[in-house]
Design a protein around this ligand. Structure first.
Ligand code: ACO
Length: 351
């Protein structure tokens, strides 16, 4: 069974309630129909019911009567959501009027309020919205998972290089959210990405490499000419590795490692003797968003890898982002991924 089929099977085994706030968008509505036809998840569609009905007829969609449709302009819980949102954002000066405006006019905010009040388990948007617009209500309303202060985005990369990663599969982060993370944030990404690898990539024993252009001191940080201080590129990765080891003693993590030392046993043997992660890493943490975003796209486009994601991690309930060029199947599989993350979030909360 392929990785995606395994994720779908897991999602179906314990169905979750997923919000699609861009329900009137064509690919989203077609994906919703497929989700319901295959009994993958329970869906809450936010949009104008008349428009959705009209579109369903036009596009021959026959399973949408199984979804709950919420009209943002006639939602019976508007006042409850507005009051709670204003309370949550009180420190930022949000009034009930402003909150009401958001939950009636911005479906992404309404969806996050539905999750916040326990009526749904996860949300997916991005066919129409930017990454920032998808993330902002999640960060403001749902907030981070316990113990986490910084959200990140992981990419599952299914490569043809079966001798690297876990049978060719590596999970890489952060590729989507935080432009210039601190050492502590990198340590959190290491932890969250290892959890994602276990949950979604079938990697039972994640080996996490925190990457740099240096392996174990092969290069040194440059000094700032004025202050004489480290420019904090390699040193940040060294500090992140130390923090990850201290904060998450059960985590199998090492750094600073170059990508080849992390992935290739012969290179690891030469450059990182004694490391129990080097040469067999299957989780890669990059030092900043530029490296992550450019790196995964090179692996995908030049290396022919299948890239699944970004999968947002570290939010108390899963909210995922789609590319605006996404297909119906991309949305379908993202519903499955989000469902598995929701199962994990509930299981962690019950611990
Ligand atoms: N983790 C947790 N919380 C965060 C994070 C984070 N990484 N970033 C911001 N927040 C919180 C802030 O603390 C703030 O909370 P508060 O309002 O309760 O105090 C709230 O989120 C809003 O933060 P702002 O900084 O005011 O919001 P901003 O408008 O800057 O948006 C965002 C933050 C959306 C994460 C922004 O940094 C962003 O757009 N990041 C890059 C996304 C992107 O474009 N990625 C590349 C494309 S994806 C791809 O190609 C795969």
């Amino acid at each position: 069974m392929s990785l995606l089929d395994q994720i779908v099977a897991r999602a179906k085994a314990d169905k979750q309630r997923i919000v699609l706030p861009e329900a009137e968008e064509e690919r989203t509505l077609k994906a919703a129909d497929k989700v319901l036809a295959n009994d993958l998840a329970d869906l809450i569609l936010i949009g104008n019911p008349e428009n959705i009905k009209k579109e369903a007829t036009e596009w021959g969609l026959t399973h949408l009567d199984k979804a709950t449709i919420i009209d943002p302009l006639h939602c019976e819980k508007t006042e409850e959501y507005a009051a709670l949102l204003a309370e949550l954002r009180k420190k930022k000066g949000m009034t009930v009027e402003q909150a009401r405006e958001l939950v009636t006019k911005n479906n992404l905010y309404l969806g996050c309020m539905i999750i916040k009040t326990g009526d749904a388990d996860g949300q997916i948007s991005g066919a129409l919205s930017t990454t920032g617009d998808t993330l902002r209500p999640a960060l403001q309303i749902i907030k981070c998972a316990p113990g986490i202060t910084c959200v990140s985005g992981a990419m599952l990369l299914i490569t043809k290089e079966k001798e690297m990663g876990k049978d060719g599969v590596v999970v890489m982060s952060d590729v989507a959210v935080t432009p210039n993370p601190t050492a502590d944030q990198l340590a959190q990404f290491a932890y969250c990405t290892a959890q994602t690898a276990k949950s979604l990539a079938g990697i039972d024993d994640p080996g996490v490499a925190i990457l740099s252009f240096s392996t174990k001191g092969s290069a040194k940080d440059a000094k700032d000419k004025t202050t004489g201080k480290s420019v904090y590129i390699i040193d940040k990765v060294i500090e992140a590795t130390q923090l990850a080891k201290e904060k998450y003693p059960e985590l199998h993590v090492d750094g600073e490692l170059q990508a080849d030392a992390a992935l290739v046993p012969s290179v690891a043997h030469t450059k990182a003797k004694g490391s129990d992660v080097a040469g067999k890493a299957n989780v890669l943490i990059v030092p900043n968003l530029e490296v992550g975003n450019i790196g995964y796209k090179l692996v995908q486009r030049l290396g022919g890898a299948i890239a699944i994601g970004p999968i947002l991690q570290g939010i108390a309930r899963p909210v995922n982002d789609l590319s605006r060029g996404c297909s119906v199947d991309d949305i379908y599989y993202m519903v499955a991924i989000t469902s598995c993350q929701a199962q994990d979030a509930k299981a962690n909360e019950a611990k």
